[in-house]
Every structure is written in C-alpha cells, then in structure tokens.
Design a protein around this ligand. Structure first.
Ligand code: GLU
Length: 298
C-alpha cells in the first residue's frame, strides 16, 4: 500500500527510442507544470521495456535535454527494464484468476483469420475494429487448457493475452475521470484481448504503465490524447490488480504543419536540433505552448 499522497504527483514517461522532440518536450513540460503549479512532485520514468529499440544514449540525451529545458525531477528515475519481476508477479496474479491465455499466433495467422472472417457474408467489419486497428479475433482463446499448456511446455513462442470479456465481467462497471474530457465509462472491450506480455518482452505498455503509475504514487497521469483510449484498458487492469486510479489529463498532441504527429524522425524538431540552431530554452517553451494552443483551437 502506498502511504496516502495528498500532493499532486505527475510523471513524464518517455521511451528512449530517439531524441526528445518538441512534442515529447511539451508532454514533459505539461507534466512538470501540472505538478509545480499544484505544489506537487514531478517524476520521470524511462519506458524501456522494448530492449530492441531503446538505447541508453537516447535516455542520457533525453535527461540532458530535460535539464537544459530547466526541468528538475525527483531521483531515482524509474527504469522499467529494472522491474520485470514486478510485471511478472502481476501477470501471475491475472493468470491465477484465469484471466490470461497464451497466444501462439503470428501476425500472418491473425491477418489470415481476419481476412477469412471478412469474407463471411453478414459479418460487420466495423465490429472488428478497435482504437489500434483490427482487434484480435480470439483464435487462441478457443484452445483447450491442455493444448495450451502442452504447447507452452514444449517451448513454443507465445504472448499472454487478457481475456478482456471475462475480465470486464469480473470487474463490473468501471469509470475514470479525465481532467479535460470529464467522467468516462470504461469500455476496455473495444480493444479486444490485449497482449499483456509480448513474445519478445515479458510485459507490455498497458501492464507496465498501469502498475508503475500505482507504484510511483502518480495522482495525475498527464499524457498525449493519442493514448486516451488506452485508459479504458488501464482502468480495467487497476480494478483486477487492486491498483489506484489516478486522475487522467490527456493533453494536445503536437502536429507538424501538414497534420502529422511530430516525431523524432524530424531532425529539425528535436530539442537537440533547436538548441544547435541557437534557440533558448524559453523560446522552445514558447514554441511548444504556441503549437499546443493552435492544436486546442484546431
Ligand atoms: N511511454 C509512453 C509514450 O511514450 C507514455 C504514455 C503514457 O504516459 O502512458 O507515449
């Protein structure tokens, strides 16, 4: 149990897969402001579960840019790669409750199943769409417990999926609050059976973010509106695992002139690039705020 936290606690949770850019810097500044304006605490968490794509040099560069922008945060910085045992323990609890199943499907298996079901007359394609595209058609949910256990024992590569329908039924109706969008009824089923442990990584974004926000005592989870819908899944995991539910605060996602989300691939938009071009930290703050204001009114 966390001690009761009366102060606002926010966090910035970058994945070190590239340099900080104007969009992610805005997210950091937003979280920092939300904490500081409430006399609260600001944390940084490195979301480096994807060991194939994350690089320590990007982590160093992100922290250096944040400091250069004038942000200060509490130590220690939590690195998700150092906490795989925490995620494992949470998975074990969900498995013991009968809410996880191993999924052996390849992307090609899933695509073929979706394709086949779309050919069936009378099936509504819309029913298969979730916020991240087509939802998993449940192939491995139908395997018998014996077959699944046998294939796991034989060492077949597998992910672990949440049986979202069973989990939502067990949890009952859930709600969460967004500081801007107001009260929300949780609808995790729109994602279908999400992966909670990937074949190549013994956890997932959904699981680690939900657990870490609780373990770090985050009271206000600020993040981009692009992950708004994920909160439905996070709320369900909180209910299943007995985790606290923070207030959510989904902010504008900065886009480039042509409407694309700003990304680390646009060299000109990295904080490094802007620094090299002679922009001050204050100028970059103003640039990010102006971008965000434009997004709010767009
Ligand atoms: N690591 C996630 C990202 O980079 C954080 C999103 C969140 O705060 O949940 O988008």
């Amino acid at each position: 149990m966390n001690p009761p936290e009366t102060r606002t606690v926010t966090r910035f949770a970058p994945s070190p897969t590239g340099l900080l850019h104007l969009g992610t810097a805005y997210s950091a500044m937003y979280a920092y402001d939300a904490a500081k304006s409430a006399g609260g605490r600001f944390l940084v968490r490195i979301e480096d579960i994807d060991q194939g794509r994350c690089r320590p040099e990007f982590e160093d560069a992100i922290l250096e840019d944040l400091a250069w922008l004038g942000l200060t945060w509490e130590e220690p910085v939590r690195r998700q790669s150092g906490h795989f045992a925490d995620y494992r323990a949470a998975l074990d609890r969900l498995a013991a409750a009968g809410l996880l199943y191993p999924c052996f499907c390849t992307r090609a298996d899933i695509a073929a199943e979706i394709e086949a079901s779309l050919q069936e007359p009378g099936r509504r394609t819309a029913a298969f769409h979730g916020p991240d595209g087509f939802i998993y058609p449940g192939i491995c949910r139908a395997l018998s417990a014996d077959e699944a256990a046998g294939r796991v024992a034989a060492g077949e590569a597998h992910a672990l999926r949440l049986n979202t329908g069973a989990a939502a039924a067990a949890a009952g109706p859930l709600t969460w609050e967004d500081a801007r969008a107001g009260g929300q009824a949780a609808t995790p089923e729109i994602f279908g059976d999400v992966v909670l442990a990937r074949k190549d990584t013994p956890t997932s974004y959904h699981l680690s973010v939900s657990l870490d926000d609780h373990l770090q005592g985050v009271t206000r989870a600020t993040r981009g509106r692009d992950v708004f819908a994920s909160t439905h899944v996070h709320r369900l995991l909180q209910a299943l695992l007995g985790l606290d539910t923070p207030l959510y605060d989904h902010h504008a996602v900065l886009t480039a002139e042509d409407g694309r989300k700003l990304s680390k691939r646009d060299k000109s938009e990295t904080i490094r690039g802007l620094r090299d071009d002679g922009h001050s930290a204050e100028a970059i703050w103003n640039m990010a705020m102006a971008h965000a204001a434009a997004e709010e009114t767009a």
